[in-house]
Design a protein around this ligand. Sequence first.
Ligand SMILES: [Mn+2]
Length: 406
Amino acid sequence: MTRLLHTADWHLGARLVDNERLPEQSAFLDWLLLRIEALRPDMLVVAGDIFDTANPPQQALALYYNFLVRLAALRPPCQVLILGGNHDSPATLNAPRELLRSISVTVVGDAPATPEEALLEFPDLVLCAVPYLRERDVRNAVAGQSFEEVATGIREGVRTHYRAVREAGLRRAAGRPLIGTGHLTVAGSLGSDSERTIHVGNLGAVGSDCFDGFAYVALGHIHKPQAADPAGRVRYPGSPIPLSFSEVGVAKELRVIDVVAGGLEVGVATIPDFRPLQRASTRLDGIQGLLAQLQGAADCPFEPWLELTVTDGAEYPDLDRLVREAAKDLRLRVLKVLVPRPAGQGAFSAGSGAEVPSLDSLRPAEVFEARLRQEGIRPEDEAWGRLRGTFEELLGSLHDAKEGGA
Ligand SMILES: [Mn+2]
């Protein structure tokens, strides 16, 4: 029997409203190591977004390397497959590739040159290691193409890439199950506020039929755990720690894939909530009672973090100070204070539209959409789709340029 563990979207070094997440990420990796000791998998698959940024902080790099070294010391040994995500710099991931190979860690930061190079073989399965596909991996740019033509080109490129890898995999597998990987958006999957819009992933959101022929596909990119196909074999395990308040109350997963007698058995371990993240709403006169109720226990290792809506907050010009005052001696931290928007005011109607969001809680696309609305352009207008697409393309090039790529 071969056993794989599937996780993704660690985002080591991520922050939430300027607060460090490394202690929670460290607690997750400790937990993961214990699960690996207990479950004895043959390989751990991490499906992209290992780090939150292309140039991760040194503490995040230390956490990553220390985890890999502790894992390498386990007996029986567990191999690791590290795949690049849209947040990762392929160059940063790939730099220690040869060194890590010596401790059974395979790093695939960007798409291998040939489909055969993407294959990893086990006695009873074959794995196709596909990382996040950048536009340059899947499409030959043609000047003057419309947004629709670009999107179609990328979508076709992604499909062609998976088709080639699958065919090479099936030839090698000779009847053994084929496992795929990827870091992209499958059409119809439900995101949260914390995935960065990705060029290839969003323009080229592929249908789950792209993965026909694979017995299981270990995906990353979407931070809420979910199946991306009706049969439940194309999976997002979600980010191990919630990366935004929109993920509050969502149980994150570590997926366990066993090859038994030529078929697959897929199980799941639920990742504990290391730090409670909560959303709550109150009038200002109820704040003291509410916060006292929500604070962490005296022995709780991580104090709860809160996104608080003060329903009558608009009446208090010094609201931030009042909230800080109320939380001062409690075992919790209020990260965000929201105030409902008086009816008919303001240009924003991102999300539910009920509250005025702070700028850093918004994605660039949401700000752009608010600006379009200010111009009187509506989602049903032809110009909306065109401008929105151009903006998306611009963001994609900006992101690619930041990574030093084309
Ligand atoms: Mn991610």
